[in-house]
Design a protein around this ligand. Sequence first.
Ligand SMILES: Cc1ncc(COP(=O)(O)O)c(C=O)c1O
Length: 465
Amino acid sequence: MFFREFPVAVRKQTGSEEVHPGAVFLNIESRVDTVRRLQRFRDGSFCRMEVVPRFFAFRRIPLHFFMEVFSMADISQVKYAHRFDQVTGSAIREIFKVIAQPGMISFAGGNPSLDALPDRQVCELAQYVLNRDGKALLQYGATEGYRPFLESLKEYIEKQLGVSIPAVLPVTGSTQAMDLLCKALIDPGDAVLVEDPSFLGNLQCLKLYQANLVPVASDEYGMIMSDLEDKIIRYHPKMLYTIPTFQNPTGKSLPEDRRKKIADLANEYGMVVAEDDPYRDLRYDGVPSHSIKYYDRNGWVMFLGSFSKIISPGLRVGFIAGDAGIIRKCTIGKQSTDVHTANLNQAIVDQYLRRNLLPEHIHNICIGYKMKMEKMLGALDMFPEGVLHTSPEGGLFIWAELPEKTDTVKLLSEAVERKVAYVPGTYFCVNGGHMNTLRLNFSNSTLEQIESGMDILNKLIRTKI
Ligand SMILES: Cc1ncc(COP(=O)(O)O)c(C=O)c1O
């Protein structure tokens, strides 16, 4: 009874022999025990066909064999999660593909200079920790972090920030700190305040968690506090994401009074602050400011740090520090992300801290970066009237604004033809626009490349205004 009804029922459900995807039954004229072949449907997709076992025929259900057809739908029909609705690939990654040509002078990336990467030192430290503790380092570790590193890291952060830190979690680059913080805090539609422009990677992260991004207006020093407070009152944001020191992409640094104000507002209104500060140590001029965390009274500020710009981005070691409850949630989130940050890499950075190698290394790399930044700033001063730019005291980036009608996206292809690349500023802006802006990185070029690349850009821009 089952065998009689089954094919009929399926025929009724599918209606047609070409229903796709799904199972349909086809009549086969000849007696076949096993047939496997591919059929191409009208829409171009392929289906695998299998003969349903012979017992159908023994039971004399029609005169034919039945074939089951499994659709092998085109992979382009895959349905992605809605969290990707607002997210396209990183424009910067796309630019990298275009500019990966020999002879290109790239002001587009944000990589440390190759001279600044301490490969010999890391090699020595890796050997040391593997000789001492190899088996444990090569074994699975705790999500909470490699124990000796937890000690040295906490001490390092507390010394840096001048405050005691309730909890810290080593993470796989501070990129992961942002991801875990969002995992812990952000539901779809939650308002998150951001600087505009801001770091593309973390804007993407916020979009993936379907945050409602609300840009805060800036002046030449960074976020304007009255606008910040207005937006807090209006949008009840769950979080503020800020890069207060040598911001990516503008190079701006938030003055001391605004840092305190942000901490006060966070405490008053109950808003988490993600203080992302990976450039803090790359200071070539001026006096350091306290972190926002320094002014935090009730634990609303989470400090995100990284060793990417001061040791090596390839090691992927960063951290998130602050409230123990939030760190606990991030730790749980990390368990299903990567279990833990590589033990070996944590141990290497631990040695950096314990041997107090960082101050000298940072001092050395800052000498080179300062020369490069000054070279680029000097070159920008030779640009035509109407070209404005920031004058950072550190970090890796300078932000430039060309006369209103200039389109830096269009200009980029002409620049690339002349073997110079940058990132158009619009890609860092929450709602696009700002077509006349661009970000310039100086760390990853030689002084000679900065000189000739900026000269090419200068001449190109002069043809447009
Ligand atoms: C502002 C900012 N935050 C975070 C990161 C990511 O750093 P990490 O290598 O530690 O993931 C970057 C990298 O360029 C950055 O510019």
